[in-house]
Structure formats: structure tokens, C-alpha cells
Design a protein around this ligand. Structure first.
Ligand code: GLN
Length: 430
């Protein structure tokens, strides 16, 4: 038999046949794969060689393995609001158990549009501008897959939520990182250098990913900073993809501002959000994108073939969640403010130098004082010997050395969980 080239192989696979059952004339046939090709096909996608599985989620497995308190992965260990759990139960009982419309149940899309108008002053067409996904995680990757081509660049502030790196790689884009510098004074803010940001933009820049309130730093971007981003997006014709999943978790009088609400950004922003953090239901996997019709259309195509749709009954419960009154969000922020203050004093007493977060439910801290060689050794020691799991700082940086002196603690936990973590952290070696 003649050696088969890949082109020949393609022809073989795509060969039209006539199907006696359907009468269709373009059915895929699967010929026996010649040995030399089978060998070549045993290797994996080169894309996946450039990243590991999530370290955040690995730390949850480690916490379970060593019986440690999990202050690593950001999920609450307390109950979700009773009314939304009831709404989910009722939706299942009412037999909303089949696929929803692929881009989202109408009731949820209407509730998202209503809430966005109320909180950000932006009117949306729920039929053409909202796509419900399996969590904001899928919303982000579907967006990047929908907009990026090979050779495109995506600007990402660093430290960054670890998904963004692999998301960029999987979508074929090249990430360009811009450093956020830790505060120099105890209550100060993380800052970036305007010149460094400008330098990251170039004709190949397709998009910037912005996460505000920010994971892992707790930074809440100010209006002035957002205006600067807006000006660069307009100058370089760049799309903004904003992850606003912590929008309701802000402290000290900070205000979350959606980039889409700034003049000129409505048509060049994809706003990503979800139920997970605002309603303490990270396992439900319901998130969404808000984007102009042409971009939504592209996102919907990717989403359709990736997942078909998010869980139907939980989307109905999501519509109930989004109708909760304003004081629900005030209470949510206030309860997280108390937890933040609790963990800040725990960390200071244990010898850390934490950076005060102004939003989201994580605290990044310096670990230099403990004298460990790096963040990985330190988190290993913490989980195995102290019984507390944290995330090594390097998982939020492109170059692991940049995070070698930092770790992240999540404080979305019950008082007693945080109190037990405090007791354990007292035993830390100094
Ligand atoms: N956002 C959470 C964190 O940073 C985890 C999200 C996830 O694991 N999907 O810990």
C-alpha cells in the first residue's frame, strides 16, 4: 500500500458516500488508520503542553487529602439563600429538566437585562445580547474562542486569575502581561504603570481582560483607571472582556463600575458575570456574557458546540436570585467585610504581611518573613503540617519567580472555619 499523506487521509475521511438509510451523500467514513499515522496521532495537542491543571483546584484536593481547612479555592462553606434553593427545587419539581434554549432561559436573560439596567444604567436586548453559559469560566473561554485568531494578542493584568493564561493559549492568542504592583503602605492599593500598560498595546492587540473587583489582589479599579483603559481600547481598536463576578463584594465605600458603562465602551465590551459569588452557588455553574449582537452571535456559536447549555432548572432559580432586593447585596458585602477584617488580623498575628483587599474575597500576603525558599514549599508546609490550605502565589504569575514570595487565602468561609484556621496558623514556624 502506498504511504498515506495527511492530505490523502483527509480525502479518505471526507470521501462522499451514499448512505442507504438516510439517502445523505456526505457521510463521514472512518478508514483503518495506517500505522505510521496512528503513531503520530498518539501525541497530544501541543496547546496543552503549555499549562498545567489548575493549582487552585489541586489545593482543594490537597486540603481533602490532609484534612486541612480549605482557604485555597474560592467557594463558600455556608448556605446559599433559602429562596433561591427553593426556586431550584420548584423548577425541578415543575419538570424544567430538559435543555433550555442554548443561549439561556428567557426568564434568566430577562432578569439579567433588568438588573444590568438597574445597577449599571445600560439597556440590553435579552434576545440578542445575552448568552448564558456554564459558569463565567465557560463564558470567558467561549468569548476568547469566539473573537481571537492566531497571532492576536490579549492584554492581561498580572497577578491574574489562573484561568486566563490557559484560556488565551487555547484560543490561539498570545498573552501580554502588565504588572500590578503591591501596595507600598499597609492600607494602600495595587497600582499599575501607565507607560507599561500603553506599551502592552500594539496593532496585534485584540482584547484586554479586566477582572474588577480583582482576584487575587482585591483591587477595585477606579474610574480614572477605567478611563485610561477605555482610551487605549479606542485608540487601538481593542475589545474589553471584563470579568465582574465579584461585583457585589466591595468594601470601604468602594464602588464597582462596569467598563461597558463608560462612554464609547458599550459596543466594545463583553461583560462576564454569574451566579457563583453573588449568591454563593459556585457548583451550579451558571454564568453569562453581555455583548453587542455580532459578538454575542459568535459567542453563542462556540457555546452551543462546547456545552449546549447551562443547567435548565438552575437558570430558573437564577432568575429568582437576580430579583433579590438591594439590601441582600448590602448584607453580603457587610458579612464579607467582617470576614476580611477577621482574616487580616489572623494573618498579621501569625506573622504575615497581608495586602488589604478592597473587593472580592481573597487576601494576597507576603511570606518573606517565614524564610521559606518559595511559595510552593510554604504552601506544602501549611497544608501538611499546619492544616490550612492556601494557593501558592506563583499560580497567578506568568513567571513563577514573581509570585515566589506570595500566597493567597480565600476567606469566603463561616466564622468557625476562620476561627479554626486562626488557631492552626498560630502554630506556624517563625
Ligand atoms: N474563582 C475561584 C478561585 O479563584 C475558583 C474558581 C474555580 O475553581 N472555578 O479560587
Amino acid at each position: 500500500m502506498e504511504p498515506v499523506s495527511l492530505e490523502n487521509c483527509e480525502q479518505l475521511v471526507r470521501q462522499p458516500t451514499s448512505d442507504s438509510l438516510t439517502g445523505s451523500s456526505n457521510v463521514l467514513v472512518f478508514p483503518k488508520v495506517p500505522e505510521q499515522i496512528a503513531h503520530r496521532k498518539a501525541s497530544l495537542s501541543s496547546k496543552v503542553e503549555h499549562f498545567t491543571e489548575s493549582v487552585i483546584r489541586e489545593m482543594t484536593r490537597q486540603a481533602m487529602l490532609y484534612g486541612a481547612i480549605n482557604l485555597a479555592q474560592g467557594f463558600p462553606d455556608f448556605s446559599a439563600p433559602a429562596e433561591i434553593k427553593r426556586a431550584a427545587q420548584q423548577a425541578i419539581a415543575a419538570d424544567i429538566n430538559q435543555y433550555a434554549i442554548t443561549w439561556g432561559a428567557k426568564s434568566l436573560r430577562q432578569a439579567i437585562a433588568h438588573k444590568f439596567k438597574e445597577w449599571q444604567g445600560i439597556s440590553l436586548d435579552p434576545e440578542r445580547e445575552i448568552t448564558v453559559c456554564c459558569g463565567s469560566t465557560e463564558a470567558m473561554i467561549s468569548t476568547l474562542l469566539a473573537v481571537c485568531n492566531a497571532g492576536d494578542e490579549v492584554v492581561i493584568f498580572e497577578p491574574f486569575y489562573e484561568n486566563y493564561g490557559p484560556d488565551a493559549i487555547l484560543s490561539g492568542a498570545k498573552p501580554q502581561f502588565v504588572k500590578l504592583h503591591p501596595p507600598e503602605t499597609p492600607g494602600g492599593s495595587w497600582t499599575f504603570d501607565e507607560a507599561a500598560l500603553r506599551k502592552a498595546f500594539c496593532p496585534q492587540t485584540k482584547a484586554i481582560i479586566l477582572n474588577t473587583p480583582n482576584n487575587p489582589t482585591g483591587k477595585v479599579f477606579t474610574r480614572e483607571e477605567l478611563e485610561l483603559l477605555r482610551d487605549l481600547c479606542l485608540e487601538f481598536d481593542v475589545l474589553a472582556i471584563t470579568d465582574e463576578i465579584y461585583e457585589h463584594i466591595v468594601y470601604d465605600g468602594e464602588r464597582h463600575i462596569s467598563l461597558a458603562s463608560l462612554e464609547g465602551m458599550r459596543d466594545r465590551t463583553v461583560t462576564i458575570n454569574g451566579l457563583s459569588k453573588s449568591y454563593s452557588v459556585t457548583g451550579w455553574r451558571v454564568g453569562w456574557t453581555i455583548a453587542p449582537p455580532a459578538i454575542s452571535n459568535a459567542i453563542r456559536k462556540v457555546h452551543d458546540f462546547l456545552t449546549v447549555g447551562a443547567p435548565a432548572p438552575l437558570q430558573e432559580a437564577g432568575a429568582t436570585a437576580l430579583e433579590l432586593p438591594r439590601h441582600y447585596y448590602q448584607q453580603l458585602a457587610e458579612s464579607y467585610r467582617e470576614r476580611r477584617d477577621q482574616i487580616m488580623s489572623t494573618l498579621v498575628e501569625a506573622g504575615f504581611h497581608p495586602f488589604l483587599p478592597r473587593g472580592a474575597y481573597y487576601v494576597m500576603t507576603d511570606i518573606t518573613a517565614f524564610g521559606f525558599s518559595d511559595d510552593i514549599r510554604f504552601t506544602e508546609y501549611l497544608v501538611k503540617e499546619i492544616g490550612v490550605a492556601a494557593v501558592p502565589g506563583s499560580s497567578f504569575y506568568h513567571d513563577p519567580r514573581d509570585g515566589a514570595r506570595q500566597v493567597r487565602f480565600a476567606f469566603c468561609k463561616r466564622d468557625q472555619t476562620l476561627a479554626e484556621a486562626a488557631r492552626r496558623l498560630e502554630r506556624i514556624r517563625r
